[in-house]
Each structure stands twice: as structure tokens, then as C-alpha cells.
Write a new protein. Structure first.
Length: 162
């Protein structure tokens, strides 16, 4: 499956490595019309679309994840927009063997502390649809590239529309 199709259908997203977003203001662009407004309250539902790994590392607080992100509803959803619940996210090693399986929570967030082999790809399934990432990755901090505006050559968030 091409990267373009991958980008059109689902997101494994984290915000830029710039750090945490503890704003209590509603995001400007939010396809779910539902947002996280509780700052850095220490919840598995916190900061959907935010860079979990960078924030937890920078602050020395919270679990240390090997992969974490949010499955969003639209490619331009801002950080703190709630994503899609109930999606299955699988990380696959270079042989296509599933290394980790996660299910998105009510905010669309997923995370694991399991060792992730490098390089890996991802597969997301929701409502009978499955899309696969074909570009091998070495970091579980997905939205260091897949931000609302895009970074490091990524076109924006990777979205899985409802």
C-alpha cells in the first residue's frame, strides 16, 4: 500500500518533539468535536496527538513507552483533539511478525512498553478496514513527523476517517 493511501486513512500520531502541550484551550481544528482540556493530569486519555514519548522523557514523569500515539479522524486534527476509540494497532517486525498489539482508548491513544524490533511497520484496523504502513520506521514517536502541519517530510497526521 502506498504511503499516500496510508496517510489518507489512519494515524499513528504524536506531536512534535518540542515537548508537552498543557494548554486548557480547545484546539482550533478537531474532527471529533471532543478535546482534552485537563492539562498534564496524568491520564491514559491525556493529550491525544501529543508526543507522549518526548514529554514523558523530558519531564521524567509517567511511563516510559517504546511506542505511543493516537489514531485520529482527520489529517489536520490539532493536538488535544480526541481521536478514534477501538482501533487495533499492530507493530510488525521486518518479517511481518506482530511484535506488539494495542487498542486505542476513548481518546484514540495507544501505547506499549514492549520491546519493538527495528525496523518495524504498522497496521491499523477499525470497523472492518485495515491499512498498513509500508515505510519501515525506527522510532515509536510517530508524530515527531506526523503532526497536524507535517514535519520531516510527512504530509501531516495520518488519519483513519470514521
Amino acid at each position: 500500500m502506498s504511503r499516500r493511501i496510508w496517510n489518507a486513512f489512519f494515524t499513528i500520531c504524536l506531536a512534535t518533539a518540542a515537548g508537552c502541550n498543557d494548554s486548557n484551550e480547545a484546539p482550533a481544528t478537531c474532527s471529533s468535536n471532543s478535546t482534552w482540556l485537563d492539562g498534564d493530569e496524568g491520564s491514559p486519555l491525556m493529550h491525544p496527538g501529543g508526543d507522549c514519548i518526548a514529554c514523558h522523557t523530558a519531564n521524567g514523569e509517567g511511563p516510559q513507552f517504546t511506542a505511543a500515539g493516537t489514531v485520529m479522524g482527520a489529517a489536520n486534527d490539532d493536538t488535544n483533539c480526541n481521536g478514534l476509540a477501538g482501533a487495533t494497532v499492530e507493530l510488525l517486525d521486518k518479517n511481518g511478525t506482530v511484535a506488539a498489539t494495542m487498542t486505542t482508548n476513548a481518546a484514540g491513544n495507544f501505547f506499549t512498553k514492549s520491546p519493538i524490533p527495528s525496523p518495524f511497520t504498522a497496521k491499523v484496523s477499525l470497523n472492518g478496514k485495515t491499512v498498513e504502513m509500508t515505510t519501515p520506521q525506527t522510532s515509536g514517536a510517530c508524530a515527531s513527523c506526523h503532526t497536524a502541519a507535517g514535519a520531516n517530510g510527512a504530509p501531516g497526521r495520518i488519519a483513519f476517517p470514521n
